[in-house]
Design a protein around this ligand. Structure first.
Ligand SMILES: [Zn+2]
Length: 111
């Protein structure tokens, strides 16, 4: 059914959107609804990196951490590299961002 991830005691639904153009970004976060949207029209590495990016947005939102988008992108790259370079099994995350499901969500989002 729904693709979900757990984060800080919350369950986030991961919405898969066909094209990044629809969001004008490869991902979006809706903090109020705990929804992360990931564009399908990118490679697996890109989808994982996008998921990490939105997870970092969610963490900073929940933990009230002020961070620029630029700094967040640096963290995304560093964290993704750490996971890959240490052969950490990303299969569970790959399953979350795999598929062609599409749900719609509206409201406040963060790029
Ligand atoms: Zn962002």
């Amino acid at each position: 059914m729904a693709n979900t991830i757990k984060l800080l005691g919350y369950t986030y639904t991961v919405d898969l959107v066909e094209e990044a153009n629809e969001m004008r970004a490869s991902g979006h976060l809706h903090t109020g609804k705990q929804v992360i949207r990931v564009a399908l029209d990118q490679c697996m590495e890109g989808k994982i990196s996008t998921l990490i990016h939105e997870v970092i947005h969610a963490i900073t939102w929940h933990q009230q951490v002020e961070m620029t988008e630029e700094d967040l992108m640096r963290l995304e790259t560093g964290f993704h590299s750490f996971l890959k370079d240490n052969n950490i099994d990303l299969t569970p995350l790959e399953k979350v961002v795999c598929g062609s499901k599409r749900r719609s969500s509206t409201g406040k989002t963060a790029k």
